[in-house]
Structures are given as C-alpha cells and as structure tokens.
Design a protein around this ligand. Sequence first.
Ligand code: BGC
Length: 367
Amino acid sequence: MLKKVKWLTYFAILVGAILALAGCGNSGGTIDVGIVLPTKDEPRWVQDEQRFKDALADSDYSTEILFSQGSSAKEKENVESLLNKGIKVLIITPHDGAAAASAVEAAKKEGVTVIAYDRLITDTDAVDYYVTFDSMAVGAAQAQYLLDNTNGSDVPLYLYAGASSDNNAFLFFEGAWKVLQPKIADGTFKIANSSEAEALQDSDQLTRDQIGKIIGQVTTNWDANEAKNKAQTHLTASGDDLKGDVAILAPNDGTSRAIADVFSSDDAISNYFVTGQDAEKASIQYIIDGKQSMTVFKDVRTLVKDAMGMAVDILDGKTPETTGEYDNGSIEVKARQTDIIVVDKDNVKAELIDSEYYDASEFTGLE
Ligand code: BGC
C-alpha cells in the first residue's frame, strides 16, 4: 500500500512538472515586435506578410503578425492581444487611419513605440514613426501614364479612388490631380464620371475637403466589387461621346482589373488605358496580356526592411534614421520614404523578374 502511494506521489510530481514546463513555455513566450496588417483579402497585404516572414527568418527578435480583416474593432483586439504578450514595438497598417488612433494610444500608454506601416494613423500624437512609399508620386505616375499614352483632345477620363478612411487615398488622388488638372483645363481630357471633379476642374490645388468630395463620389473603398459596380453604372450612364478611346485612373491593381473587365466588355469602348499599383501577380498577368496598362511597383522588400530596421534600432536602444516628416493632422510624424517604379509591358520583365521579385514561371506569355 505504502509503495502504491509513493508511486502515485512520484506520478503526480512528474505530471505537475510537465504542466509547469508547458505553462512556462506559454507565459514566457513574450513577443518583441507586433505586426498588424489590415486584411488577408487583398494580395497586397498577404504579400507584405510573406516579405515580413522572409525578412524575419533569421532575426534574433520574436515577432507575431495579426490581420484585422477590414475591422477597426478587430484591429484594436489585435493590438491588445499583442500588448498582453509584452511587445516593445508595434508596426501597424491601419484599416481606418483615424479610427486606429485609440489602438495606438493604448500601445503608447504601455510604453510601446508605434510605427505606422504604409498607411498613416491620423489625428493622434501616439505615432512615433512612419515608413511609406512616396504616395503622391504613385498618383502622379498613374496620371502621367494616362497623359503619355492617350492622343488628341476631349479624351474621356474616368476617375476612381481608394477608401476615404485611408489617408493614402488622398495622397494618391492629390498626386494624380496635379498632373491631370492642367490637361483637363486645356481640353486634353474631359471628365466622364464625376460632377464633383468637374465642379473643381479649374482648381489646380485642392483642399482635403475638396478631394474628399471627389473621393466620396468615385471611391472604390478598395473593393473590387464596388469598383466593378461603379464602372458598370458609369458606362451605362455614358453616351457615345464618353466612349471610344478612354483613359481610366484606377487607384490600385485589384480595382483596376475589375474596372478593366467592365470596360473591355463594352463594344463602344475601342481602347482603354487603365492604371494600377502594387504589382499584384494577377495584374502582372493582365499587363502581359494587354488587359491592364500599367502598375506602380512598390517594392515591399524595402518597406519591410525599413520597418524592421527601425524596430531593431529601437529594441537596441538606438534612434532610427528618418528622411522626412508627415503631418498627421496632430503632429509631424518622422518618416522614412521609399521611391516607386512604373511598370508596363515594356519593362515588366526587367523590374519584376530580373529583380527576383517574382519568378518567370508564375506567368504565361512572358517574353
Ligand atoms: C496601399 C495600397 C493598397 C491599398 C488597398 C493603400 O493604403 O498603399 O498599396 O492597394 O491601400 O489596400
């Protein structure tokens, strides 16, 4: 009997020790850098996740990546769960730039350094750094492409924009407007689908409110379906004078493909030039196939490198290097900015395959 009790005791001690070890594994697993991305539903952000994973493969610091699935509430939960794991640095792309303020304020309260990644968080002083591409240059490059590739005058110009909850949508549009407005004023382009833009066509500088009005009318909300529905509605309303050879400012690749599909199936459209950005694989195939005209390649490897470089500097007690500042409506946020590259059929191979961003085997018909 005594022997049996002894064995039971040993057994209990053993089980206890195993449980304690397992528990220790969990609670001891603190995270250094938390990364919050907006949605898995767009290839753009899945791409960022992969590039983060590649960059982190041999990092000494521990990281965790969470997705907010287009919800500010989920985003806040993600930040809270990372705070509970003891993060020191938060890298975050807000779903909604203003709504994210409360999440990053909670992080700041815990002494966490906040890095806005690609999209600025607005109207709060709880952002320490911003890593971004040159978003004004993205819009300007899209507009310049339309200008360089269309001929004659009164070319119908269809305008589309991103979500008004995304500060970038304003920067993209502002960059595009600076190039397009003089060419609307001199009769090269004729606005086809926005009375708000028409009302402002003599103003070369637009206020944020004015851009907001235009975006309110032609937003895609970064959603391919919304882009498709809007394009269908616009083409149904357009008479023949707004068809033929047309130019389309589409804000990114997902919306560009949706809009291109609508325009290419309208018999009264003889030719269209449509812009994009992100160099999504599906759009690279569209460019090779002549269905999308261009994309703006934003090399996510550089953005990830900059963001992680900053995070590591912070963890090592150094001050990260920055190259400029962005006004977020409350403070000037120290920023590090990366250039963009215009890609069309002529340089797609050089920029995306030869640079090993993508593999040639992922596409068909590539020369
Ligand atoms: C990003 C784009 C992206 C868009 C939609 C913007 O803030 O800069 O690259 O296509 O959001 O997700």
